[in-house]
Write a protein that binds this ligand. Structure first.
Ligand code: GRF
Length: 221
């Protein structure tokens, strides 16, 4: 569909955050430079003082805080989140450091349109403290995975994965910093694939350009 100027409107994304919002910033930058052909319609945080909300406001993007502490259960919080998003015509929902476990109340209506980034080489280390766990296990490499969200925590089909070599003097912080650089590259890329219609969630896993994506995601680069 086109508007009166004949321009085809860009697809709309919503970004959910809880903290610093460096991945959100990567999306803002990717939209500004045209690498990601999308409009960020709304940024929602479950923590009202999240730094990412300032980043969004500075970029002129609508923001909203929906504080999970104001809700009696995860399901009621998720319903509030879902109805906030319904005010916008959202094509893709991006979880970018959103630190709440979502229930099917939120996930099911957006199944196949909901992406997360997890700082580990999934299926290794779902959950928290991923970099420390990789160091404790004396792994040789660490990394990050973008995946479709399904009701099982950090277990939806992988889309893209980037690795870094672990150095002998790495701390969880130094490792996280190197991984974050890659997060900012692969997450907008996965979103662009989705919005171009190249990427889908199927019953067998993620599909990119009609091919089933390997279990650990497309390797990046
Ligand atoms: C990132 O490491 C992301 O992978 C994880 O939470 C962190 C969020 O960082 N889920 P930021 O808020 O995007 O800077």
């Amino acid at each position: 569909m086109s508007d009166t100027t004949g321009a085809v409107p860009l697809p709309n994304i919503a970004i959910l955050i809880s903290g610093t919002g460096s991945n959100l910033q990567a999306f803002i930058d990717a939209c500004e430079c045209g690498e990601l052909r999308a409009t960020i319609r709304i940024v929602i945080s479950n923590t009202p003082d999240a730094k990412g909300l300032q980043r969004a406001a500075e970029a002129g993007i609508a923001t909203r805080a929906i504080d999970h502490r104001d809700y009696d259960s995860r399901e009621i919080f998720d319903a509030a989140l879902g109805s906030a998003l319904q005010e916008y015509d959202i094509d893709l929902v991006i979880l970018a450091g959103f630190m709440r476990i979502l229930t099917p109340v939120f996930i099911e209506p957006y199944l196949g349109q909901l992406l997360n980034i997890h700082p580990s080489l999934l299926p290794k280390y779902p959950g928290l403290h991923t970099h420390q766990r990789a160091l404790d296990a004396r792994d040789k490499e660490a990394g990050v995975t973008v995946h479709f969200v399904t009701p099982e925590l950090d277990s939806g089909p992988a889309i893209i994965q980037a690795k870094v070599a672990i150095q002998s003097d790495d701390s969880a912080e130094s490792l996280a910093a190197r991984v974050l650089v890659l997060e900012h590259k692969i997450y907008p890329l996965a979103a662009q694939w989705f919005l171009q219609g190249r990427l889908q969630l199927t019953n067998n896993g993620a599909s990119l350009d009609g091919e089933l994506v390997p279990e650990s995601g497309v390797p990046y680069p």
